[in-house]
Design a protein around this ligand. Sequence first.
Ligand SMILES: [Zn+2]
Length: 392
Amino acid sequence: MLFKNCLINGVKADIAVKNGVITDGEYDGGVKDCGGLAAFYGLFDMHCHLRDPGFTEKETVESGLLSAAKGGFTAVMPMPNTDPVCDNPETVKYILDKAEKCGVKVYPIAAATAGQKGETVTDLAALTASGAVAFSDDGRPVVNDAVALKVMSEACRLGSFYISHCETPSLNKDGVVTPASEEAMIERECLLAFSTASRVHIAHVSTAGGAEIIRRYKSLGARVTAETCPHYFCFTAADAGENTNFKMNPPLRGESDRLAIIGALQDGTIDVISTDHAPHTDAEKAKPYKDAPNGIIGFETAFAAAYTALVSSGAVTLSKLTEILAAPYKITGKKGGKIAAGMPADLVFIDLDEKFVYGREEIRSKSHNSPFIGKTLTGRVKFTVSDGKTVY
Ligand SMILES: [Zn+2]
């Protein structure tokens, strides 16, 4: 296929694809006029929940990947809090088998500890051999210092890495992760990584203090990477009210935190924007605010939310956003992230001028728990290509 007349970082270009790979000009199949759409390398989500196996009333591998493709994602990393927990090679294989037919690459994250109980480190070598690309007990912190250190250093030895959901249960208030709860654990993870020269990736940073801790350790040379999610730079606690579609963990913070998260993206303290796509059924989210589960869906709004809040607002340049979107490829070592000859033809074509109101009826996820419903966003994904094939 030859994708004619697209814009790469604002510059007019054609993209030639042969056998699912980007080439210098040779192509197979037909010619598609992209009409001036912006082309980006396929988006890569380092943090999502596909809910399969075990919670398929919320999402399945198939429905989750349809939703991901609609959002422009060609690669996703699902968290292991399924049932059974993804702490064994069989469950990794189950997810990979289901994903194979879906046209979006899936790189499973396996549990760091058996049953995500924080006690016994899983067989990281066997899990890596079966296809797990990273380790995390997301949703639960690994409280025990020695266990966390063991996961971090063993994962690192295997060429893999540990992703930390940062909370300190004793510092939570009424079950809610306070800034101190989040920041105390970020500090510990950074310190352990620094003192042992291990890698750690900090999940969903939500506070100014958390970003500042990461900034300090990065300046010391610690092997720390970090992510935030669109909701932490689009909304604050004041937007939530009693609407359970704004309830997630960590929770929305204050305006100074929101601005600090944008600052941390600007200066590279936070490397990645992930979605933390976390589907829940309408019935679960219809519960009173205090009883409703944490989590919101995010695949289908991630790009537009980031483009609207960061680029349209003037906070971040288009080329900086492009760099942020490519960061997961660097962190995981997966081939891609750049529209260049030899790279897999994973591409997303976006109308950066299109303003739209995100509607419940267009959602492809099995769940509808999005705080962006009814919000006006700029930057509409038009089609997504994975290994040269159109998947949305
Ligand atoms: Zn988490």
